[in-house]
Write a protein that binds this ligand. Structure first.
Ligand SMILES: Nc1ncnc2c1ncn2[C@@H]1O[C@H](COP(=O)(O)OP(=O)(O)O)[C@@H](O)[C@H]1O
Ligand SMILES: [Mg+2]
Length: 361
């Protein structure tokens, strides 16, 4: 699967521009604040229906314009497909091959992307929400049941949290079991798939990590232990957990257990990486996990994703940089950086220079 071109209209600082991508390495260069990340963001948006950085879609619309448009032709196993998004202040329209789609779920899986920016390099140093975000972005693209369960889980969780804030506690205790039954079903679907994903990711991450450290360190990634067993087992356990924490939840005014609080276990040489590893070590481990993510897309879907490397090379030392570039061989890659020359010697690349929201031709 690959992205052939990308048309941006009034998207961020672009007025109207068309990118043609090659199936290998595409290097977007330019000074700061010219529009490199904006282009990478647009590609990611067509893959996932969300921006990797904007909280609201309206931030994507060029200042002073009524709407933004992103569209692209992608080549897949079954021929070309055309993806497009029209974003307005009060909503958006997504379409696949010119047919309007109503659910974001229908956009997912048409074009896969692994997005890698300095934020992902902090995957291990940062809090558990960053690791959940990683799982959610990956799994939402790969598994529609995951995406659906996660959306419903979040919706019911919000309703449960609203209920927990109600002052009439007898009403709260009476109503909670109704919500909990549904919540647990979706929670179990989410937790079960995350567990499966992490188990599959683990050997790939260990292998990538051995490659990055020349076998000097060992990375072990594992799901939370409480999620052993079948989806039904997980559901029963979560139900029990919710019951046990029910009084605490009422006191706190929010739901204190469940997949929205989960984490991933990450160890380097047997020690918890979040607590003991140096900054260099956690970055290398994060890089290994992202490289494993690329492989896992292939395992799940039979196709490699488009790899988007936004400004990560400058954050890595020369040895890691070379190894990362070596690993991208054969993958369609969109790479942004300020200086292309030093980093990519030896690798054929299409260079696109960006200046002030336009390609410099
Ligand atoms: N909605 C918007 N409308 C117009 N310009 C925008 C919008 N959002 C961001 N920008 C501009 O885009 C530029 C940043 O682009 P970006 O792609 O992040 O830069 P870089 O090339 O450093 O990756 C900034 O100049 C910013 O002001
Ligand atoms: Mg940038």
């Amino acid at each position: 699967m690959r992205i052939k071109n990308l048309v941006l209209k009034n998207f961020r600082n672009y007025s109207s521009e068309q990118f043609e991508f090659c199936s290998g390495l595409n290097v977007l260069t330019g000074r700061n604040a010219q529009g490199k990340t904006n282009c990478a963001e647009a590609v990611f948006y067509l893959c996932t229906g969300t921006s990797p950085r904007a909280r609201r879609d309206r931030q994507l619309i060029k200042y002073g314009c009524p709407e933004a448009e992103i569209s692209s032709v992608c080549g897949g196993r079954y021929g070309d497909i055309c993806l497009s998004a029209r974003i307005r202040e009060n909503g958006r329209e997504l379409s696949v091959n010119g047919n309007r789609i109503v659910r974001n779920a229908d956009l997912l899986g048409n074009l896969y992307a692994v997005f890698f920016s300095p934020q992902e390099l902090r995957l291990i140093q940062d809090g558990p929400d960053e690791r959940r975000r990683f799982l959610n972005i990956s799994l939402s693209q790969l598994s529609r049941p995951y995406y659906t369960a996660l959306s419903r889980y979040n919706r019911i969780l919000e309703q449960r949290n609203n209920l927990l804030k109600d002052r009439d506690t007898s009403l709260v205790f009476e109503t909670l079991p109704v919500w909990d039954e549904q919540l647990c079903a979706y929670a179990a679907a989410v937790a079960y798939r995350r567990t499966d994903y992490i188990r599959r990711l683990a050997p790939l991450a260990a292998e990538a990590h051995a490659f990055l450290t020349d076998g000097r360190e060992e990375l072990a990634v594992a799901p939370q232990k409480k999620y052993a067993g079948s989806e039904q087992d997980i559901k029963d356990r979560l139900f029990e957990e919710l019951r046990e924490s029910c009084e605490r939840d009422v006191r706190l005014g929010f739901t204190s257990t469940g997949p929205h609080r989960d984490d991933v276990e990450i160890k380097i040489d047997g020690e918890d990486a979040k607590t003991y590893a140096s900054q260099g070590q956690t970055r290398t481990a994060a890089l290994a996990i992202k490289l494993a993510e690329v492989e896992i897309f292939c395992q799940f879907s039979g196709e490699y994703p488009v790899l988007i490397l936004d400004d990560v090379l400058s954050e890595l030392d020369l040895s890691r940089r070379k190894k990362l570039v070596a690993r991208t061989e054969g993958l369609q890659t969109i790479l942004t950086c300020t200086h292309a020359e030093r980093v990519l010697t030896g690798r054929e690349a299409k260079r696109i220079r960006i200046e002030g929201g336009a390609i410099k031709r």
